[in-house]
Ligand binder design. Structure first.
Ligand code: AMP
Length: 189
């Protein structure tokens, strides 16, 4: 299976994406995690992207597209993958379509986790208070990340609605309830 997992910051996307990838035995590819690791490791990529991560802005499309292209051509992706946090803009979605076409692959599922906005801010606030260790888990940066999501990432949903369809999953509830809904949505397709 080749899955794109969409959802606003704070929706629990990372947790659900990881559980689903484990369940399906496919690599969980989180661009946020890859970028945070690059920042922590102090690599050239890390130095380039740190200020974007700290402020809640998106890193430039060409930077992340190169990162994903290198990752998707690794051997463990040949039997499927789950993308978490990519694509984040319409040009990234178009680049992914072109990339998959070159690799003679197709997406099998696009899943979107839906959570109302006031609940998202509250969840990010709690995550920050519990010491998530993420420099962007503050209310101020959370608001910025939501703003960026609305402006730049919501069009990705529209893109997929016209390119194969999106399975929308209610993300309100406890982790297990949401996990069941995600599995049902994936198995239904
Ligand atoms: P995440 O862990 O998915 O919330 O990502 C954390 C941060 O990494 C984002 O706020 C962006 O600065 C950056 N980032 C992650 N994925 C992307 C992407 N596909 N395009 C641009 N920036 C990204």
């Amino acid at each position: 299976m080749r899955i794109v997992f969409l959802g606003p910051p704070g929706a629990g996307k990372g947790t659900q994406a990881q559980m689903l990838a484990e369940h399906l035995s496919i690599p969980h590819i989180s661009t946020g995690e890859m970028l945070r690791a690059a920042v922590q490791g102090g690599s050239e990529l890390g130095q380039r992207v740190k200020s974007y991560l700290d402020s809640g802005e998106l890193v430039p499309d060409e930077v992340i597209i190169d990162v994903i292209e290198a990752r998707l051509t690794e051997a463990d992706c040949s039997h499927g993958f789950l993308l978490d946090g990519f694509p984040r803009t319409e040009p990234q979605a178009a680049a992914l379509s072109a990339m998959l076409k070159r690799l003679s692959m197709d997406l099998t599922h696009v899943v979107e986790l839906e959570v109302p906005e006031d609940e998202l801010i509250e969840r990010i606030r709690n995550r920050g208070a519990q010491g998530s260790g993420r420099s962007d888990d503050t209310v101020e940066v959370a608001k910025k990340r939501l703003e960026v999501y609305r402006a730049q990432t919501e069009p990705v949903t529209t893109y997929y609605e016209t390119h194969g369809g999106v399975s929308k999953v209610d993300g309100v509830g406890d982790i297990d309830q949401v996990r069941q809904r995600v599995l049902t949505a994936v198995e239904a397709k």
